[in-house]
Design a protein around this ligand. Structure first.
Ligand code: UD1
Length: 428
């Protein structure tokens, strides 16, 4: 038996949703804890499956990880292994973020080559090239990457071909303990990276340029453990705003910084969805008709690829045709097949999707193909006629803390149900 999410569509949402700490920040913070000997303390940690996987990665390295509510304590004092094994890296690609910190602190690391989220080929060449520039020797054998720098890393001038989030973070966490100055150009600028820089600063690192595409790191010999509160999850907030646009009389989303959602808010406005912003509270009213809008995903501050599927659900109900262009990942349109089963009219042409608005969606059994696609199907279920059953929910549980409970609390008819293993949605 596995669990599925059952939704009866058409209920109006009203009330307030508080978003959790950002998945894409906390996973890196947990990896950064490796850099200092002692106990790092993180508050506002979302209790999601990916955090459990990262906890397990750290435990296998010999760290002690424990939780009290949403506070995590990571004690790296007795770390005695430098290997992230395949069973964990295959479950969660972000496990490779231990590579930089391990080499920086111990001069050696062995990390399985990732599999990860099912959204196109996700390479790690930029991580490895940058580490080599910092003086690590890299080899790969038997499915593992080995990095070694027995005499420590040295500062370097690194120009990323693409502002990769993960490469920027891995290289930052390596450079903070390198000898001398490292410059990372064309660095990613995501808010989660700025939060990582804030944490590293509290640990004693010297980094300039947070929020810009040029980061300058002055290496220091030692870092100390720090206590840090994780920023709010802008993607969870954006997901809830789309839920509100689709189904709310009035829904307030709090706990994320509206400045991190600038383009999402502006695209919602273009679609005819007004969101009023009051400090850290965003209030959205629906349900209404939507205007078609063209959306192209880009690295921050561009439109987030992690909001693309949710917008596809919204635009599938617009009065007209929208074009969605996916520039960050190769095959992040897989969930469109599922949305079509609910009545959406979507044509995929390479990295473009033409979304022709339909009058209504109809509930159906569907399967979450990945994390954000799964959330987008839940959103579709909120507004579809009849019942929707979303299977393969482990994808959703990777990154959303209690999505079902939070939507139920604001009036959605949504619940967990037991499903026969693999039986939800009569297709592979
Ligand atoms: C992170 C986020 C993910 C988000 C993505 C883009 C986490 C845990 N995950 O993923 O939710 O969708 O940013 O905002 O924070 N690439 C290369 N070579 C590399 C690295 C990346 O070619 O060495 C390519 C990838 O194949 C992909 C693109 O760059 O097409 C973006 O990847 P990247 O920015 O690295 O995303 P992640 O860090 O994997």
């Amino acid at each position: 038996m596995s669990r599925a999410i059952h939704i009866a569509g058409g209920r109006a949402l009203r009330g307030t949703v508080t978003v959790s700490g950002a998945k894409n920040a906390v996973l890196k913070h947990m990896a950064a804890a490796i850099l200092a000997e002692g106990v790092s303390t993180f508050h506002r940690v979302p209790r999601i499956a990916d955090v459990e996987v990262m906890s397990e990665v750290l435990r296998r390295l010999g760290a002690d990880v424990r939780f009290e509510g949403d506070t995590a304590f990571i004690d790296t004092t007795s770390m005695d292994s430098f290997e992230a094994p395949y069973d964990l890296v295959a479950t969660m690609r972000a496990s490779i973020l231990v590579l930089g910190p391990l080499v920086a602190r111990f001069g050696t690391a062995r990390v399985a080559m990732p599999g990860g989220c099912n959204i196109g080929s996700r390479k790690i060449d930029l991580h490895l090239k940058g580490l080599q520039q910092l003086g690590a020797s890299i080899s790969s054998e038997h499915g593992y990457i080995e990095a070694s720098a027995p005499t420590g890393l040295s500062g370097a001038h690194i120009f990323l071909d693409f502002p990769s989030v993960g490469a920027t973070e891995n290289l930052l966490m390596a450079a903070v303990k390198a000898r001398g100055t490292t410059t990372i150009e064309n660095a990613a600028r995501e808010p989660e990276i700025q939060d990582l820089i804030a944490l590293l600063g509290a640990m004693g690192a010297r980094i300039e340029g947070a929020g810009t595409s040029t980061l300058v790191v002055e290496g220091v010999p030692e870092l100390r453990p720090a206590e840090h509160t994780v920023i709010g999850d802008r993607i969870e907030a954006g997901t809830m705003l789309v839920a509100g646009a689709l189904a709310a009389e009035s829904l307030t989303v709090e706990g994320a910084d509206p400045a991190h959602l600038e383009l999402v808010l502006s695209k919602l406005a273009d679609a005819g969805v007004p969101v009023s912003v009051d400090g850290a509270r965003m209030t959205v009213a629906g349900p209404g008709r939507f205007a078609p809008v063209d959306v192209a995903t880009l690295p921050y501050p561009g439109f987030p690829t992690d909001m693309q599927p949710q917008f596809m659900t919204l635009l599938s109900l617009a009065d007209g045709d929208s074009v969605i262009t996916e520039n960050v990942f190769e095959s992040r349109f897989m969930f469109a097949d599922e949305l079509r089963r609910m009545g959406a009219d979507i044509t995929i042409d390479g990295h473009r999707a033409i979304v022709r608005g339909v009058k209504r969606l109809s509930g159906a059994p569907v399967k979450a193909p990945d994390l954000r696609g799964g959330a987008a199907l839940v959103l579709a279920g909120l507004v579809a006629e009849g019942e929707t059953l979303v299977g393969d929910t482990y994808h959703i549980e990777r990154g959303y803390e209690d999505l079902v409970g939070k939507l139920a609390a604001v009036g959605a008819a949504i619940e967990w149900v037991e499903a026969e293993g693999g039986d939800v949605g009569a297709h592979a």
